[in-house]
Design a protein around this ligand. Sequence first.
Ligand code: ADE
Length: 224
Amino acid sequence: MPLTIDILTLFPRMLDGFLTESILGKGIEAGHLVVKVHDLRSWATDKHRTADDRPFGGGAGMVLKPEPVFSAIEQLQTPGCRRIYLTPDGVPLSPAIAQELARETHLIFLSGHYEGIDQRIRDTVIDREISIGDYVLTNGTLAAAVVIDALARFIPGVLGEEKSLTHESFTSKLLDFPQYTRPAEFRGMSVPEVLLSGNHAEIEKWRHARQVEKTRQVRPDLLN
Ligand code: ADE
């Protein structure tokens, strides 16, 4: 059974394009995963379809109300599903987390306002909280998209070539080596000779050296 993902958001149209384009779009079309976007407001019960309100205790911004979120999650959840809230104070997304999520059968992603959501939601109907990095987005919808894009690459069949997963940054804890394609000479800039040599051992050696060099420059923390 393919992985099914429900996304709960106040801004469903932010995901237009994301679900139809590129490798993810092809993966969905091929049935490797199913993604459903839901407008949280459709679970609001008042005539203004209110999903947020001012924080108790004062402060700026709006807080997501418990009622529509509880109703939505209670309607969508299935036994064994994982309910995930996207928030800058969550556990940082890593390749290991992406890979773990790719093995699930049903995920529900909740995107909130950056000011927050009622704590009772987090205490009761959320299993896991994930951050995509130490910066604050206006809401979690793009964060949900990032997590889905990152996990989709671990679903068998989504990436055409299985090989493209093994070689890249973060699986090896080294950043990527530079890539070149035709033409071999462009505006006076030539492709490194070794890549044209056909000598695979030399090419591997060169690529590894470039990876170490790049990682030392940009992410020395990865070199323990
Ligand atoms: N919502 C707002 N900022 C976020 C972040 N950095 N990660 C996940 N969700 C968020």
